[in-house]
Write a protein that binds this ligand. Structure first.
Ligand code: FES
Ligand code: FES
Length: 156
């Protein structure tokens, strides 16, 4: 039997009490306990990036992060985005940068962290910044266009 311990997480600006097992990942808690299914379970091994959320503003692979290590941190999922990330979400729609959408939540969050850290980022910086996130549908060009529109101030 696995040992469960109460944990209070700060998710999307709200305190949420959960009871993960010691080995449960942040992805498991977000999806299976809190029903925040915007973070996708793709490879579940740290390869695809689809599970990425922001922890204290930095992109983190939720499938590789133990939930109990996130005590006290500010976690942002696609369900709670505001500001730059919300603008990116609109830019993805405008650029038709979404097909199946499986990668999109993570792409938006990674791009939000990138643009916050490097306003005015170049196309090459954006490509490099998104290189850890795989998309099987779009060919990446429209995704990069969407991020450029926000980074360079040409989007809505
Ligand atoms: S599901 Fe976490 S990196 Fe693929
Ligand atoms: S839109 Fe389908 S994986 Fe990216």
């Amino acid at each position: 039997m696995s040992v469960r311990q109460t944990l209070v997480l700060r998710v999307n600006d709200a305190e949420r009490e959960v009871r993960p097992a010691l080995h449960d990942t942040l992805l498991t808690v977000l999806r299976d306990e809190l029903q925040l299914t915007g973070a996708k379970r793709g490879c579940n091994h740290g390869v695809c990036g689809a599970c990425t959320v922001l922890v204290d503003g930095r992109p983190v692979r939720a499938c590789l992060t133990l939930a109990h290590t996130c005590r006290g941190a500010a976690i942002t999922t696609i369900e709670g985005v505001t500001g730059i990330a919300d603008r990116l979400r609109s830019a993805f729609e405008d650029a038709n940068a979404v097909q199946c959408g499986f990668c999109t939540s993570a792409m938006v969050l990674v791009a939000a962290a990138l643009v916050a850290e490097r306003p005015g980022a170049s196309i090459e910086e954006i490509r490099t910044g998104l290189s850890g996130n795989l998309c099987r549908c779009t060919g990446y060009r429209k995704i990069v266009d969407a991020v450029c529109a926000v980074a360079q101030g040409t989007g809505r």
